[in-house]
Design a protein around this ligand. Structure first.
Ligand code: HEC
Length: 147
């Protein structure tokens, strides 16, 4: 009886996962595109696996920061998605950095479309462990209005 119950539960879950096939397919396509774009545009600095450059916390001789990791050991996940989008599109410029801030992070606004930037960020986000995703969901949940 119990086994049957579990089997039914499992198949119910399969059906549930199957539910919006179109959305799932779109999400998969974006992740694949994101992975390709990441390898081509970001990996040279941020590392093939998002590990960043060595000693990324220490400024280089020219005073600039090395590329930080995008994996869970970095601070990319500390920032809301909209900010990551802005930094990728425009580079590390005001209002996200002080006026005249010197950075090696390129602005991708002319190289990548907004959708491509979203795809590459979705791919980065996808690599984070579940507890990181959960912390982000807590930290960046939409504020209740009318406070
Ligand atoms: C030429 C090297 C280089 C390439 C290529 C590059 N980055 Fe960066 N990136 C950097 C550096 C260096 C920083 C740190 C800049 C600083 O803080 O001054 C950075 C920082 C960032 C940050 C901010 C992270 C944080 O926690 O503040 C994001 C987001 C980011 N990069 C995304 C990307 C994405 C997405 C791509 C590919 C589309 C990419 N970068 C390609 C060098 C690069």
């Amino acid at each position: 009886m119990k086994a049957l119950g579990l089997a039914m539960l499992a198949s119910a879950m399969l059906v549930a996962c199957d539910d919006p096939p179109a959305t799932a397919a779109v999400a998969d396509a974006a992740l694949t595109q994101g992975a390709t774009l990441y390898a081509a545009q970001c990996a040279s600095c941020h590392g093939a696996n998002g590990e960043g450059q060595p000693n990324w916390r220490e400024r280089k001789a020219d005073g600039r920061l090395p590329a930080p990791p995008h994996d869970a050991s970095g601070h990319t996940w500390h920032h809301p998605m909209e900010m990551l989008f802005q930094m990728t599109r425009d580079g590390i410029v005001p209002p996200l950095a002080p006026e005249g801030y010197q950075s090696d992070m390129p602005a991708f606004g002319k190289t990548l479309s907004d959708d491509e930037i979203r795809a590459v960020l979705a791919y980065i986000e996808h690599q984070w462990p579940d507890e990181v995703k959960q912390m982000r969901a807590e930290r960046f949940k939409p504020q209740a209005s009318g406070r």
